[in-house]
Write a new protein. Structure first.
Length: 223
């Protein structure tokens, strides 16, 4: 199988968490035309007409876009170990955290992603500050529901950790470093504790290191 993705994008991370946990061998391909590159994405659109990463290509050539759909496919096709709790309430918590992240936190961060693609001189400070207020508000929703036993839900790695880790890293490391904004963890103790504790898990640590390296590389490119 092949996974089209980048290490900077938060969406493929949840897929890599499953691939690593299930020890599935895939070829990782970083398509051109993402994250401020001047290159056209058109050749990637032949792979995934939606034009977004990630996309999983099966050995027989069938292509699956959309990170959440890919994760559900991987859980069904490669059931062991499962990162999908069997307890209905725990599974609902995984889905709730994922939904809050995708629908509220990521959406609140979109203006920051947009500003980051511009030259610093062209940044709209009002837009940045307004976005940060919304990001903090949406993170408070996660603060409400985040697990307190070392993982997002329960006592082991689930799909929710793969969703949250890159987003929390972008909110707590990338945005403050780039825009000089406050670290949200200063006022969100449960999320801060989770973020520290989950790094004891080797797969969580691996994807966090990958994301951190990609953030560093993207900031290096800005200089
Ligand atoms: N709902 C999609 C969202 C994927 C997405 O928006 N990926 C971004 C990268 S963070 C992307 O490919 N954007 C298109 C672009 O940058 O041109 C998923 O979960 O896979």
């Amino acid at each position: 199988m092949k996974l089209y993705q980048t290490y900077l994008s938060p969406f493929p991370t949840r897929v890599r968490v499953l691939l690593y946990a299930k020890n599935i061998d895939v070829e990782i391909i970083e398509p051109e035309g993402f994250h401020g590159s001047q290159k056209s994405k058109s050749s990637y659109e032949e792979v995934n007409p939606i034009g977004r990463i990630p996309a999983l290509v099966l050995d027989d050539g069938r292509v699956l876009p959309e990170s959440e759909v890919i994760c559900e496919y991987l859980e069904d096709a490669f059931p062991e170990p499962s990162l999908r709790p069997t307890d209905p309430w725990a599974l609902a918590q995984v889905r709730l955290l994922s939904r809050i992240s995708d629908f509220y936190v990521v959406m609140a961060m979109v203006p920051l992603f947009n500003e980051s693609g511009k030259r610093r001189a062209d940044w709209n400070r009002e837009r940045i500050d307004a976005a940060v207020v919304e990001v903090f508000k949406s993170l408070e929703y996660l603060e409400e529901y985040i697990g307190e036993d070392g993982y997002a839900v329960g006592t082991s790695l689930t799909q929710a950790d793969g969703v949250l880790l890159p987003i929390l890293m972008l909110a707590s490391k990338w945005a403050p470093a780039l825009f000089g904004t406050d670290n949200p963890f200063d006022r969100l103790p449960k999320l801060a504790a989770y973020y520290t504790a989950v790094q004891l898990d080797p797969i969580a640590k691996r994807v966090m290191d990958e994301t951190l390296e990609a953030i560093g590389a993207s900031q290096g490119r800005r200089k």
